[in-house]
Design a protein. Structure first.
Length: 279
């Protein structure tokens, strides 16, 4: 994580030391994040689209499967991302889309990446500089090397739900199977524990501190030795659980089931649990 004041200091420093800033605003029901970016964004920020750059084509792999490495590399280089150079990402909602970008960069082997705490809203509320000027960054040289973060397939997610901890990051009504507005079936992976991603944020829209997050995850059964995996609807908001666990000090990165419920629920042979208990 990075605070607004820390990012402001970086942006006002020497150009060689400035972070590459990626605007990844996106909303399931619109309006398009690109429209918001054209209206106003942080100085020097480059817009990167979730659907075309940070995810593959929707289909059998789910609604937001992992992008092909060469596709991700092309978009990141166009945004000016360079090997060994820091990147900061932000969105304008709950930090989950920014966390997806953070996770992908880490998965691609790029360690120098942080999420702006509070995102665009916090920056604007503090009346920090905004612009509608679209930058033309120099081409980056990042080489995407997949494998920097652990991933799960459906079978591995099912196994982890029994032998470790598999978190479902969706809101309780979707976890319980009371409603399912998007995917083919309602419910959750048997054995998964509900850990809504909204629990990472305080009332001010900023991320809870490390001790608060550690207490939350301890209450959900996490110990330093616990293998943890995470899924959500399509693999986006689950990324914020991976980030929250890292902020909380969990020693090993949680594994992401990238296809998530949008992948699991497509196969009628896969079992489904409903209700508030893991099942």
């Amino acid at each position: 994580m990075i605070t607004t004041s820390e990012l402001a200091a970086r942006l006002s420093g020497p150009e060689s030391a400035r972070s590459v800033v990626l605007d990844v605003r996106w909303r399931l029901a619109g309006p398009p994040g690109a429209d918001s970016y054209r209206e106003a964004h942080l100085p020097g920020a480059v817009y990167v689209d979730l659907d075309t750059a940070l995810a593959g084509e929707p289909g059998d792999g789910g609604r937001h499967p992992l992008p092909e490495p060469e596709t991700l590399q092309r978009h990141l280089r166009a945004a000016g991302v360079r090997a060994g150079h820091p990147v900061v990402v932000y969105d304008d909602s709950d930090g989950s889309v920014a966390a997806r970008a953070w996770w992908l960069l880490r998965w691609a082997g790029h360690a120098e990446v942080a999420v702006l705490d509070g995102g665009f809203a916090a920056w604007a509320e503090e009346e920090r500089p905004l612009t509608d000027e679209v930058p033309s960054p120099a081409e980056g040289d990042i080489v995407v090397k997949p494998g920097g973060m652990p991933v799960l397939d459906a079978a591995e997610a099912a196994e982890l739900a029994r032998d470790g901890l598999l978190f479902d990051a969706r809101a309780r009504p979707r976890y319980a199977g009371e409603t399912e507005p998007i995917d083919p079936r309602a419910g959750h992976i048997p054995g998964a524990v509900n850990a809504p991603f909204s629990g990472h944020l305080g009332e001010d829209g900023r991320w809870r501190d490390a001790s608060e997050l550690a207490e939350r995850f301890e209450g959900l059964g996490v110990t330093p030795e616990t293998p943890v995996g995470v899924y959500c609807g399509s693999g986006v908001t689950a990324s914020s659980v991976v980030l929250a666990l890292e902020v909380a000090g969990h020693p090993a990165p949680a594994a992401l089931y990238a296809g998530s419920w949008s992948h699991w629920s497509r196969d009628p042979e896969r079992p489904v649990a409903t209700g508030d208990l893991p099942g």
